[in-house]
Design a protein. Structure first.
Length: 228
C-alpha cells in the first residue's frame, strides 16, 4: 500500500481524540488497546486475523498475547509517532476483535517510564545505555530499541553541593502514563492509600505524588504536550 504525505504527519493527542477510536488510547507516541477475549484460542484467532490485515496494509502492530487477553500497540516508526496509517489499522483491529466477541478495555492501558533525577545527565547516560542496551536521539532520554522495556529519561535535579530545594534525596522515581480520563481516579486511589499530593502545578500533563516516606512518583498524560 502506497504511503501518502498525509500518512507521514504525526497526529497530536487532540487529533487522535477527534478520530473517536473508542477502543484505543494514546500513551506517549503509540496507540494502545487491550481486549479481553475470554480464552486463549480466541486471542490467538484475533491475532492471526490482525496479522493478515497488517500484511495487506503493510503496516504492522506490536502484539502481546496471553490467556484471555490481547494487548496491541500501534506506531509509525518511520516518523516516530501515530499517523493515519495507525488510525486505519486500529479501526480494522477493533472490527476484528468485535467480530470475535472480545471486550475492549482501554482504561486498563498504561505505560511505565523511569525517571532518574540527576545534576548531570551527560555524565551517566552512556553507562545506562551500555548496561541496558538502550539507545536514543534525545539527550535526556533512552529507550529500549525492542520496545518492551520502560523508557528512561533524565530529569535535572540539584546535586549534593547545590542549593537547598524541596527535592528529596531520592534519585529514581516512577512516571506512569495513563489515559487522561483515568488520571484523577488513579491519583485519588494513591491519596486514599496514604499518598500525598506534592504538586499539581503542571496538571493535566503530570501530577507529583509522594508516599508516606517521601518517595515521589508522577502520574502523567499526553494533555498539554502538543508538538511544537
Amino acid at each position: 500500500m502506497s504511503i501518502t504525505e498525509e500518512d507521514r504527519v504525526v497526529l497530536s493527542g487532540h487529533d487522535v481524540e477527534a478520530e473517536l477510536l473508542e477502543d484505543w488510547r494514546l500513551l506517549f507516541a503509540r496507540l494502545h488497546a487491550r481486549f479481553d477475549t475470554g480464552d486463549f484460542a480466541t486471542a490467538l484467532q484475533i491475532a492471526a486475523e490482525v496479522g493478515a490485515v497488517a500484511e495487506e496494509m503493510d503496516h504492522h502492530p506490536d502484539i502481546d498475547l496471553s490467556y484471555g487477553r490481547l494487548d496491541v500497540r500501534l506506531s509509525s516508526h518511520d516518523v516516530g509517532g501515530v499517523t493515519q496509517r495507525d488510525v486505519r489499522l486500529a479501526r480494522e483491529i477493533s472490527r476484528i476483535a468485535g467480530s470475535r466477541g472480545a471486550t475492549p478495555r482501554p482504561r486498563d492501558t498504561a505505560v511505565l517510564e523511569l525517571a532518574l533525577d540527576t545534576p548531570d545527565a551527560a555524565a551517566i547516560r552512556p553507562f545506562w545505555a551500555a548496561l541496558l542496551g538502550y539507545e536514543g536521539e534525545e539527550e535526556d532520554e533512552l529507550a529500549d530499541p525492542g520496545g518492551r522495556g520502560p523508557t528512561i529519561w533524565f530529569q535535572q535535579a540539584a546535586g549534593p553541593t547545590g542549593a537547598a530545594t524541596e527535592t528529596p534525596s531520592q534519585t529514581w522515581h516512577l512516571d506512569v502514563r495513563v489515559p487522561p480520563e483515568v488520571a484523577e481516579l488513579r491519583i485519588q486511589a494513591v491519596l486514599d492509600a496514604g499518598g500525598t499530593m506534592v504538586s499539581d502545578g503542571r496538571a493535566p500533563s503530570f501530577w507529583v505524588l509522594a508516599d508516606a516516606q517521601g518517595n515521589r512518583a508522577c502520574v502523567t498524560t499526553w494533555v498539554g504536550r502538543e508538538p511544537a
